[in-house]
Design a protein around this ligand. Structure first.
Ligand code: CMP
Length: 149
């Protein structure tokens, strides 16, 4: 998952991590960083060519973000539920985006849309040795990490 520049700038990162913790996710890794233009383009490459792509890249490089690896049974679906809809106007009460998103683009957080993409996104930001206690089998992270060592 990512906490996007607007939420970090507005000082919401810790409250968002608290929501994550309170909903039973384990945070296996976490870092604060600022994406370069090339990195943002690469991370969002599936959206290249879409009308909002350039704006998305500009926004995602506009300030520091947090990247984190979350563990829970059905983590991808569970985190998508807790995030709420991409458009905060459609996000359910009690979701992160309902509370902290400003617009579709400035929507506070990002989540992977499948286990396969979660793995790609995890290894976009983290090396195997930065992910601690990866004992869960949701992403078969344990096996993957063992194979990498
Ligand atoms: P995210 O979950 O990070 O995945 C892709 C992002 O593109 C999405 O959240 C939004 O921030 C952004 N996005 C998707 N659709 C639009 C849109 N129609 N206009 C602007 N930004 C969009």
């Amino acid at each position: 998952m990512l906490i996007k520049p607007n939420a970090v700038k507005n000082g919401f990162a810790h409250e968002i991590f608290l929501m994550v913790h309170n909903h039973g996710f384990k945070i296996l890794a976490q870092k604060k960083l600022q994406l370069s233009e090339r990195e943002a383009q690469a991370f969002y490459r599936v959206h290249a060519g879409k009308p909002f792509f350039q704006g998305l890249v500009e926004f995602m490089t506009s300030g520091p973000i947090y990247a984190a690896v979350l563990e829970k049974e059905n983590a991808v679906a569970e985190w998508r539920t807790l995030m709420g809809a991409t458009d905060p106007a459609k996000a359910a009460e009690g979701t992160v985006r309902k509370k902290y998103a400003e617009s579709v683009q400035h929507n506070a957080v990002h989540g992977s849309d499948s286990d396969e993409n979660a793995l790609n996104e995890i290894f976009f930001f983290f090396s195997a040795r930065e992910i601690v206690n990866a004992g869960g089998d949701i992403y078969q992270l344990h096996d993957i990490l063992k194979n990498e060592q």
